[in-house]
Design a protein around this ligand. Structure first.
Ligand SMILES: Cc1cc2nc3c(=O)[nH]c(=O)nc-3n(C[C@H](O)[C@H](O)[C@H](O)COP(=O)(O)OP(=O)(O)OC[C@H]3O[C@@H](n4cnc5c(N)ncnc54)[C@H](O)[C@@H]3O)c2cc1C
Length: 150
């Protein structure tokens, strides 16, 4: 098996195809990684979340990364890492972007569809704060494996 870099176009195709990854953020030299769903657009990833540790951390340190992969088997896989900046889509400043994120995520995010998420937003239950955020992409890289026979 060989491991080779892929082009930026190939990275973007993977982000389009696989709307799920692992978000990495950090605070006070401590990394934190969680699985998330996202909706991809050329310069952004949109995410729906409830308030909690990752959002608190990103509010303090907006530098993040997201790793996305497609794994056929141990010798057939592709992996992309995006670096970017967290931007919380608060109302009323980002009402338009929030609605846009909602529409995009409705098509791709299973997380968005869980009853808790769907129920809490309309009734504005303060126990769970719905958060929409955008990751403004600042860079990306990708690699893939090539089985020896190819
Ligand atoms: C397939 C999949 C898709 C998901 N998509 C989304 C999404 O689109 N948006 C979203 O907000 N969340 C998503 N989640 C859940 C997400 O990974 C977090 O569990 C959740 O968002 C809570 O994160 P938080 O930082 O707010 O934790 P908090 O609720 O603040 O919890 C804090 C504590 O719980 C622990 N904890 C939190 N999450 C996890 C975890 N996943 N595994 C182990 N320990 C954990 C932390 O270490 C921390 O100590 C998804 C999870 C899965 C498995």
């Amino acid at each position: 098996m060989r491991i080779v870099p892929i082009s930026e176009d190939e990275c973007r195709e993977l982000l389009q195809r696989v709307p799920f990854g692992r978000l990495g953020c950090a605070l006070n030299d401590q990394p934190y990684v969680v699985p998330i769903d996202f909706a991809y657009e050329p310069e952004h990833l949109f995410v729906f979340s409830t308030a909690g540790k990752k959002v608190e951390w990103m509010r303090q340190n907006p530098k993040v990364c997201v790793q996305v992969d497609e794994i056929g088997n141990w010798s057939n896989w592709t992996s992309v890492i995006v670096t970017g900046t967290f931007l919380e889509l608060r109302e009323p400043q980002y009402t338009g972007q929030r609605e846009h994120a909602r529409e995009q995520l409705a098509q791709s995010s299973k997380w968005w569809r869980i009853p808790l998420a769907e129920r809490r937003e309309p009734i504005e239950d303060l126990a769970i704060e719905p958060v929409f955020f955008r990751i403004d992409i600042t860079g990306m890289s990708g690699i893939r494996s090539i089985p020896e026979a190819e």
